[in-house]
Design a protein around this ligand. Structure first.
Ligand code: NAD
Ligand code: IPM
Ligand code: MN
Length: 352
């Protein structure tokens, strides 16, 4: 029996609703399969924790997490209690950085039975490889003066190592998919970092003669996500561009509530982390209506990462099945609760 030790951080808002439901799914799947099991250890690190302790996680939080096989996270953020940049840099972004989770994988695809806001959604199936450790997300800079003379400076950091790492990851992934990589750039308006990004992309592309490439400015690329998402296979993007593109990826699927993500530690030194693309959704928290599929699909990505790909595929088939059969929460046009959708997913997994 393979036993996986998973650290669980439900976090804030609907993270506290979708995570327990996704854990039920993962346990049901493991029971039904029989070959593996999970040992989940939950940590209450969140904005509530901050209010009590003055920090988002204990000082040895990262040491605690380091020994796990993976981290399963809901969402962080409750701006009523803690400013977002404090809560996110104190937990989510800290884990991504310190654990060298340099790649963030975020798929988006067409689902049968799911109403996309696109008029002609066609059969798109893309994955964004988001550079996850630097770029526009940096604490380099500062603020000076007050009032009319006030200045804020935020420096973007682009290293060859991280850009090339994300691009090589994208090309390797494309070789196992449809053999196409699109680079998200903005080298017309961003003077230094984006021409550099383009140069590195060309160099890496030279090493993959069998993979087709395209490069679009992020503004045009965003529009293509809406007008013809089927042209994309793998899209490689900087941290901020990848962030924005993947909420859009969720939206064109039908809801941000179903979009999953995997923060991958590629050097094997630390655990990887699996979390939906969405946030803590304070506007719907407490009503029990959050879509659990983003969290559950993130669980599928965790299964793949752990090597349980067969079970991962079974779970994906069940997710597709419930969507096709209209088992839906409100955000995708249904009226079912988080729990009712999860119950049906568990029922189908047991029946396999
Ligand atoms: P959000 O993703 O939380 O919500 C955006 C919209 O999508 C809201 O209308 C929300 O109701 C809806 N939505 C999101 N997830 C849903 C789901 N599972 N089912 C149904 N509807 C869903 O983004 P936001 O409002 O910009 O951010 C809210 C808080 O979450 C902020 O504190 C923000 O910083 C934080 N945040 C955290 C993460 C993370 O932890 N990974 C990601 C994004 C935002
Ligand atoms: C995401 C989120 C985070 C990000 C925020 C909460 C810092 O939007 O995971 O997409 O920008 O990476
Ligand atoms: Mn985001």
């Amino acid at each position: 029996m393979r036993l996986y030790h998973i650290a669980v951080i439900p976090g804030d808002g609907i993270g506290k609703e979708v995570v327990p439901n996704a854990l039920r799914v993962l346990n049901t799947l493991a029971d039904a399969h029989g070959g593996f099991a999970f040992r989940f250890t939950e940590y209450p690190w969140s904005c509530d924790y901050y209010v009590k302790h003055g920090k988002m996680m204990p000082d040895d939080g990262l040491d605690i997490l380091a020994s796990f096989d993976a981290i399963f996270l809901g969402a962080i953020g409750n701006p009523k209690l803690v400013p977002d940049h404090i809560s996110l840099w104190g937990l989510l972004l800290k884990i991504r950085r310190e654990f060298e989770q340099t790649i963030n994988l975020r798929p988006a695809r067409y689902f049968k039975g799911l109403q996309s806001p696109l008029v002609h959604p066609n059969d798109f199936n893309l994955i964004v490889v988001r550079e996850n450790s630097e770029g526009e997300y940096s604490e380099i800079g500062g603020r000076i003066h007050k009032g009319d003379d006030e200045i804020a400076i935020q420096n973007a950091i682009f290293t060859r190592k991280a850009a090339e790492g994300a691009m090589r990851f994208a090309f390797d992934l494309a070789k196992r998919r449809r053999g196409h990589v699109t680079s998200a750039t903005k080298s017309n308006g961003i003077f230094h970092t984006m021409p550099f990004w383009d140069e590195v992309f060309k160099e890496v592309a030279n090493d993959y003669p069998d993979v087709q490439t395209a490069s679009y400015h992020i503004d045009a690329l965003s529009a293509f996500f809406v007008t013809r998402p089927e042209i994309f296979d793998v899209v490689v993007a900087s941290n901020l561009f990848g962030d924005i593109l993947t909420d859009l990826g969720g939206a064109i699927m039908g809801s941000i509530g179903i979009a999953p993500s995997a923060n991958i530690n590629v050097n094997g030194k630390y655990p990887s982390m699996f979390e939906p693309v969405h946030g803590s959704a304070p506007d719907i928290y407490g009503q029990g209506i959050a879509n659990p599929i983003g969290q559950i699909w993130s669980g599928k990505m965790m299964l793949d990462h752990l090597g349980e790909t067969e079970s991962g595929q079974k779970l994906m088939d069940v997710i597709e099945g419930v969507i096709a059969d209209g088992i839906k929460t409100r955000d995708i046009g249904g009226a079912m609760t988080t729990k009712a959708v999860t119950d049906e997913i568990c029922r189908r997994l047991k029946a396999l």
